[in-house]
Design a binder for this molecule. Sequence first.
Ligand SMILES: C[S@@+](CC[C@H](N)C(=O)[O-])C[C@H]1O[C@@H](n2cnc3c(N)ncnc32)[C@H](O)[C@@H]1O
Length: 227
Amino acid sequence: MLHSKLISTKSLPRPTQYVQMLQNDYAKWTYDQEAARELRGNWRRQAFDVSSETPLDLEIGTGNGFFYAHRATVAPERCLVGLEITYKTLVQSIRRAVSQGATNARMARFHASQIDEIFATAELDNVYIYFPDPWPKKKHAKNRLIQMSFLHALYDLQRPDSFLEFKTDSAEYFDWALERFKKSPYKISRLTRDLHASEWGMNNFMTHFEKLWTSKGLKTHLIRLEK
Ligand SMILES: C[S@@+](CC[C@H](N)C(=O)[O-])C[C@H]1O[C@@H](n2cnc3c(N)ncnc32)[C@H](O)[C@@H]1O
C-alpha cells in the first residue's frame, strides 16, 4: 500500500500555469538557462536554422512583449532573441510574437548580466534594452544592468556596424548609464532626453512601460550607441 502521507503531492512545488504553458505550448521557441548556454555560438543554425548572414538581434527584458512581437513581425528577414527572468513575461512575450505570426522569434530565461555565457564573440547584431529595472536606491545601483563589465562584454558580442539602444523614463538611471556609455568603446549616434518630442519620436514604437510612464507625465530618454 502506498504511504499517501509520505508522497503527498501537497509537499511538491506546484508549477505555475506559465511553467506549464512553456513546457506544453511554447517549448519549441523557448530555452531555459542550460539550453541557452548550449546554443552559445550556434544560435543562428541551431535555434533558427538560418545562415551566418542573417542578422540576429537581441532584446533584453522583453516584459509583456509588445515591442518584441512588433519587432519580430516588422523585420521577418532578421532573427530576434528575447531574454527574460520571469516565466510569466517569457510566456507573454513568445505567445504574443507567435500569435502575430512571427517565426523568427525565440525566448530564453536567462539573467542578462551573464550574457557572454550564452552568446559568442560577434554573434549578435542590434541590441535593445528598454526600460530596464531602474533600482532607484543608491545601495541597489550595483543591481543595474548597465555596468562597465557588462558593456565591455556586450560590445565584444556584437558585430561591427550594429547598435545598442537604451530607453528609460528614469533621468537618474539615464545619467548614471550615460557616464558608463561614454567610458565604453561605443560611439553615441542618438541622444535625447525627450524622445517623443525629438526627430526620432515619429518612428518610435512605445513599449508597455513607455506608455505607462508617458501617461504619468514622464519623458522617455533614449540613447543609441554604435559599434
Ligand atoms: C520594467 S520592465 C520593462 C519591460 C519592457 N522592456 C517594457 O519596456 O515594457 C523590465 C523587464 O526586465 C526583466 N529583467 C529584469 N532584470 C533582467 C535581467 N537581468 N535579465 C533579463 N531580464 C530582466 C524583468 O523581468 C522585466 O520584465
